[in-house]
Design a protein around this ligand. Sequence first.
Ligand code: IPM
Ligand code: MN
Length: 351
Amino acid sequence: MKLNIALLAGDGIGPEVTAQAVKVVDAIAEKYNHEITWQPALTGAAAIDAVGEPYPDSTHEVCANADAVLFGAIGHPRFDNDPSAKVRPEQGLLKMRQKLGLFANVRPTFTFPSLIDKSPLKRERIEGTDLIILRELTGGIYFGERGRKDGDNTAYDTMTYERHEIQRLAEKGFKMAMKRSKKLCCVDKANVLESSRLWRETVQAMEKDYPEVEVSYEFVDAVAMRLVQWPSAYDVMITANLFGDILTDEASVISGSMGLMPSSSVGSKVSLYEPIHGSYPQAAGKDIANPLATVLSAAMLFEDMDLSDEAKAIRDVVNKSLAEGIVTEDLSEGGKAYKTSEVGNWLAANL
Ligand code: IPM
Ligand code: MN
């Protein structure tokens, strides 16, 4: 297969972790006879520095015409500490999601047998955890009306949802549930928020189309609690942008390191693959960040291209590296800590 992949390395550790995924994808391409063309493009603080905006049109062109986008991370501390900054790297990510129509963010949480005891949670609580949070990604409070009123003293953001936005996400959730354990949990705050009541009403109305799926409705605050008590009780979850942002960070550490969980953002056309973790600026340029979340994101890419053998080969070699202790310092715990680039080389060589 010929694949044209936009490569948006972004900020912080983004360039280092994507470089390892590129090695792995190139090794897969050689083994399975695919022809991959990488198309690097600027995004984030790196793009602000170069051209003054975090998601330039030239980058959008590259992404919109690609078969898939591999993304690293976005963000830089110099913007976080400056509330008056007019242009922020994060705006690039939001703009990209919106312009590419990436309305569904698929964020799995699963455990690795060899890492169970690295989790902040007790083994018996996390064994068997294999869940997917489907986060709505182009609506809600991250895209609602925003601004300040009453001079400088009041700020507001608006959480708006339209029925069709909820429907298209929920449809993905139901279909995913049908392929898995047929359990779907709608996470909302319907005891307080009007937009959450629209979520509940919309999902309830869709239940009749998927009679085999058992749907539950839970409040987001309770889910935040239960996710650390019994994560294995969940399977497919659907939720609004803000709730999903928070819950997926919480869920991502269950596996033992935030550097492990991949994600995809899908829309009607091109999809984007990125690690759940952020730009980790303290580690940038040190060759110490864990590249596995990005490598596993590439596995999701192959899976979505219906190249399951390739996806499985990546997951298998990742498992092998973990079992053999070829890990970066976040997982090495007294043992040898490998460099980011060494882990990438090992994975590519052992495929
Ligand atoms: C994420 C990130 C982004 C988000 C930021 C960087 C805009 O935290 O992908 O979860 O909040 O969506
Ligand atoms: Mn986030």
